[in-house]
Design a protein around this ligand. Structure first.
Ligand code: UTP
Length: 302
């Protein structure tokens, strides 16, 4: 079959899906009653960083795929009357501004419940009706990306505008970690943007086609929903987005894009702590206070 390169008239991404229904078991007990996406890096929950990234890329409709503990996320993006009133009374203007500016007024939030955590592919399929027949973005908030100069999704949106084909963010990972990621084989690994040839979920290092891993940012055409309808259980007994993307590859050209910036794997404790330290060092008021601790860390490491 000839692969189509351009599949949609619209090349503007206005809808983003945030799958937040995972169980987050690596962070128990912290995630017993709140989603891991509400864990804060310094003073902002992970999900807010992802939402800000999407809005900066032009998204105006946020679709959250939630699990049992949706309230914390819905409350976070809702107006907090009592809190705002209290801050007003106490003239805490800066804090009031922080609370009010969590989400711009032109942005809408949609919450959809994934009744069972059947996998990322299943979570994305839950967004089918809300997305409709448009290209859309998916952001996994536990991959926190500090784009160098330009947020990662905005970089990807440019690639989509230019090519009209789906775009998946990738980065090199250590060879012995391929079994934690979707791994792609690409046409030209030296290029920042290249074409994906194959994709496989969590291959053992000895079976991995490369060390180029998919990270939690995707721009996909809506055809993915039809394919997800028939995607069976894959790696780990879950319905995997990677398997549906593999089917999509048989029909459409898909771009792998090496984004500029740093990714923190905040689904793991080490990555989460690293993000907290490095983001804290970007806060001028925290740097001095952290110096003593960083000297201790450096001292014990030497
Ligand atoms: P993970 O693979 O990190 O799984 O999901 P998890 O359950 O969240 O975390 P651990 O491994 O138990 O600690 C990747 C992303 O997909 C979402 C998660 O919320 C996370 O953003 N997800 C996963 C769903 O929304 N639904 C699912 O059924 C599975």
């Amino acid at each position: 079959m000839t692969k189509k390169t351009i599949t949609h008239n619209s090349r503007k991404i206005t809808k983003a899906v945030f799958p937040v229904a995972g169980l987050g078991t690596r962070f128990l007990p912290a995630t017993k009653s709140i989603p891991k996406e509400m864990l804060p890096v310094v003073d902002k929950p992970l999900i807010q960083y992802a939402v800000e990234e999407a809005v900066a890329a032009g998204v105006d409709t946020l679709i959250f795929i939630t699990g049992r503990n949706k309230e914390a996320i819905a409350n976070h993006f809702d107006k907090a009357y009592e809190l705002e009133h209290e801050l007003e009374l106490k003239n805490k203007e800066e804090r009031l501004r922080v609370v009010r500016e969590i989400i711009p007024s032109h942005v809408d939030c949609i919450y959809i419940r994934q009744s069972e955590a059947l996998g990322l592919g299943h979570a994305v399929l839950c967004a089918k009706k809300a997305v409709g027949n448009e290209p859309f973005a998916i952001l996994l908030a536990d991959d926190l990306i500090d784009g160098s100069g330009e947020p990662c999704l905005a970089q990807m949106a440019k690639v989509f505008e230019h090519t009209g084909g789906s775009v998946i963010a990738v980065e090199e990972v250590e060879h012995d970690k391929t079994d934690q990621y979707g791994i792609v084989q690409v046409e030209n690994a030296a290029d920042q943007r290249t074409t994906i040839q194959t994709i496989v979920e969590k291959p053992k290092p000895e079976e991995a086609p490369s060390d180029l891993a998919v990270v939690g940012r995707y721009i996909l055409t809506p055809r993915i929903f039809d394919l997800l309808e028939t995607t069976g259980k894959g790696a780990g007994g879950e319905i995997q987005l990677t398997d549906a993307i593999s089917d999509l590859l048989g029909e459409q050209q898909i771009n792998a894009y090496k984004f500029s910036g740093t990714r923190y794997d905040c689904g793991s404790k080490a990555g989460f702590l690293k993000a907290n330290i490095e983001f804290a060092l970007q806060h001028p008021d925290l740097v001095a206070q952290l110096e003593e601790s960083s000297q201790k860390i450096c001292g014990s490491a030497s």
